[in-house]
Design a protein. Structure first.
Length: 188
């Protein structure tokens, strides 16, 4: 058998499938409203939110593995509910740096949408709710959006060497946004 990767000792860790809590997570990424400047349509509404409380927007909990081919990175993504104007709280969204890498999101809690786009201009959105698995194929940028009133929690798995390319989405954005208008989810 060919042996390129270093031998790693197997491990198991606990994940609470109701809340997404991963007690052994060692990496904790936090994004507040003030980290989201430039992402929402209503920039003034975002500034008001920042001035009022600068609430926590989303968190990612990771128990890292080596970022080399063959390994699988996995994490819990927890996106809080809320709106900026009428636009639902969302993650920044990204392509993978190695763009030919896919990702699986298994939704554990909450309600939302996974919005996706390709560089060539295709757009798609898939609903997220407990028990839904969204498969993000290679080449699709992805952003999760919370349309509900509790945290949107997902377990994500992707190739550990994939990397995150935020710059292209900062420039291009997504062709559609997700709003809550009179209690209805509107993607436009
Ligand atoms: C997820 C995301 C997580 C946060 O783990 O990184 O939901 O979203 P942003 O990275 O767009 O801020 C993932 O897709 N990893 O590849
Ligand atoms: Zn990703």
């Amino acid at each position: 058998m060919q042996q390129n990767a270093e031998i790693m000792t197997p491990f198991g860790i606990e994940i609470d499938l109701e809340t997404g809590a991963m007690p052994k997570a060692t990496n904790h990424i936090k994004r507040n409203a003030s980290d989201m400047r430039g992402y929402y349509q209503d920039a003034d509404a975002l500034e008001r939110l920042i001035a009022a409380a600068d609430p926590l927007h989303y968190e990612v909990f990771e128990h890292p593995v080596p970022e080399v081919p063959g390994h699988l990175m996995y994490c819990i993504s927890k996106l809080y509910p809320g709106t900026v104007g009428r636009e639902c709280f969302m993650t920044k969204g990204h392509y993978h740096t190695i763009s030919e890498t896919a990702e699986i999101y298994l939704c554990l809690r909450g309600e939302g949408q996974m919005v996706m786009k390709t560089a060539a201009g295709r757009f798609d959105a898939k609903p997220m709710r407990r028990g839904m698995m969204v498969y993000v194929p290679p080449l699709w940028a992805h952003r999760s959006v919370n349309t509900g009133n509790e945290p949107l929690v997902s377990f994500c798995v992707y190739p550990a060497d994939a990397g995150h390319n935020y710059g292209d989405i900062e420039v291009e954005g997504f062709p559609s946004r997700v709003f809550l208008i009179d209690g209805e989810v509107v993607i436009r």
